[in-house]
Every structure is written in structure tokens, then in C-alpha cells.
Design a protein around this ligand. Sequence first.
Ligand SMILES: *Cc1c(COP(=O)(O)O)cnc(C)c1O
Length: 384
Amino acid sequence: MTRPLNFDPYALKTPAFVVDERLIAKNLARLGEIKERTGCRILLALKGFSMFSTFRLIRKTLDGTCASSVHEARLGRETFGGEVHAFAAAFSPEDMENFLGLCDHLVFNSFSLWEKFRPMTLSAPRKISCGIRVNPERSVGKVAIYDPCAPGSRLGVRRRDFRPDLLGGIEGLHFHALCEQNSHELALVLEAFVTNFGEFIPSMHWINFGGGHHITRDDYDMDRLCQLILDFRKEFRGIPVYLEPGEAIALNTGFLVAEVLDITGSEGWPHAILNTSATCHMPDVLEMPYRPDIIGSGDEGEKAHTYQLGGLSCLAGDRIGSYSFDTPLTVGDRLVFTDMAHYSMVKTNTFNGIPLPSIYRIDMEGRLHLEREFEYQDFKTRLG
Ligand SMILES: *Cc1c(COP(=O)(O)O)cnc(C)c1O
């Protein structure tokens, strides 16, 4: 897992996110190959990765963005270009006014929303291609909060609630049922989608296979993905297919660099308190939950010196885990957490007034750019 570091962690203002465009380019090469082999279109899901200073690079390969809100749609329109798609569990009339000026595709979560907004959508000055999100009811997720097909899901229309009588003006069907999954799981979901909704596909202009495809993970079966898309497009007369991954674009492309502020405690392994926080800067460590990797570290007890790594906040559970190192940690040491680009940068918060990490970008020539630092005003202006 551990790669040699391409930057000096002591040359940064910490805490800091560092995203390396050369690593993004590696992911884009795979995504570009899928587009080439299948003719599908691929969008960046902004909710997973929104560091727009990298979009000059990403838009060379991908076709546009998909948004979960008006703000993301606007970010996609302003900073990425290409196609802008949007889906949310519901839209307010005010959302709709804004989406109509920003979006190319709009995906509705229910037929009641579609009925309500159909007149304003179809008469909008900008041509908008509308779709319905469906629930294939084929659960392949292991964690219920990340499984849109879990029992009781509010996401997507089930076959028994589907309204063929209201399809006038609907040009696409959308499903999203995966999270960090391989193409084997996509095959199961796609089969259920075709079984349940296949009769409506011939009258559609596009089908969106959603996100959650872990395409840039080492063991991802790209050949199977390509075959699934090619077979599907063959069966349905070349219908355009969209994928909208977020994580796959930024997987293994970014780091969070933090500094040791104190070593303390006598119960169990000593605590190393860092100038970062799980709950503020990498909340998925607690929510998902998962154990992030740190360059040069081992599991608890594996190397000579073990520490419990803890965050700055007052939350008792703001703990990252126990890690071991070859040499003792000392105050001022910098630790480099890996794979921190996706779903960390977009989820940061300023709980306890803890400063947000600075944002650095490494360009294709290996040069380090400080894109953004945060200060007191960034904290204050969110609160009044
Ligand atoms: C979350 C989400 C995505 C992106 O998912 P990843 O797991 O980041 O690939 C795409 N589409 C929809 C509708 C989503 O909710």
C-alpha cells in the first residue's frame, strides 16, 4: 500500500490535505479506457470529491459532473463545464428554479415530484433531459446506511410504485445501488434492474448506472464492467449509458498531514495527540467506520513503539486508532494519512472551532501549490 512520498511533509502548514494530480491522472487513464472500450459517458460525483483546482485535469477525460444539490450543480457548471446532472431525494420549488438554469439532466426521486415539476421543467428555456431514479431492490451492500436498496429505503421508485402513465417527458432511468463495489455486484443489480424495468428501457434516451463502482481499486474487474455495458447497449439498441462514480476518481490520490502536539497518558499505550481530528477532518473514520493508513506505521504492537492517536476535539471518541512505529514519536513529528482526498475534504467541519486543513495540490510536474488556507473568518461566517 505504502508508496514513497512525493512531497516533504515538513514543508507544509499543517494540518493539510495534499492531492497529487499525477495520481488522479493514473485513475483517469483507467476511466478513459472504459469510455473508449464501451462508449459510455462518465461523470464525477461532486459529493465525493470537489477540489475544483484539479478539474482542469479531470475534464480532459470525464464528460461532466453529477450534483446532489443546487450548490454542487453550480460548482459543476462554474468550474468543470461539460454536462451537469442532478439528483436529490426531493427538490423544493426554489431548487427547481436554480436547477433549470444549471442542469442538463435532472433525476427525480418520485413520480409525485415529477408530476409537480413537469410543467416548469418542460417549458424551461434550457433543454433538460429528465429521468426517474428507480430502486432495483437488489441489495448488495454490506452496510445498511450505504445501501440504497436496503429495506425501507427512501431512494428510488420501486417497481410496484412505478407509474407508466406518467412517463410522458421522461427520457431516462437512473439507479444507484453500489458503494465501493466490484463489477460482480453491478451484474447482480443490473440483472434486477432489467428484470423489473426492462420493458420501459426501449422508450428511454439514456440509462444511468449511478456510482459506487470502485473502478480504480487494484482488484476491480474492468473487463467484466466493459462487457456488462457493451452487452446492455447491444440489447437496447446502443442506448447511451452513464456512470457517475465519485470515489473512483480520487481513490488513493490524497493525503492528510498532521503534527504531533503532545504525548501523554499512562493507561495502556501512550496517547499521541495530533493537530487534526477524526470528527472534524476525517469523519468517515468514525461514521463508516474504517482505519486509515499512515505512511511508515504498523498495526498495534507490530513495530516497537505503539501509540493511540487522538484528535484535538473534546469528543471522547475522537480517536483514530492504535498505530506502531519503528522509532518513538516526538512532539513536532508529522504523520501522513493516506487516501484522504475523497469523502474527507468534502465532509470537514469546524466543530470546537478547530481550523480546517489547508489544501495543497501537486501538479503534473511535481510542483506543490498552496490552494487555500483557512482562518478565523471561515469559522465565524458560518455561524452568523
Ligand atoms: C454517492 C452517489 C454517487 C457517487 O458514489 P461513489 O461511491 O462516490 O462512487 C453517484 N450517484 C449517486 C446518486 C450517489 O448518491
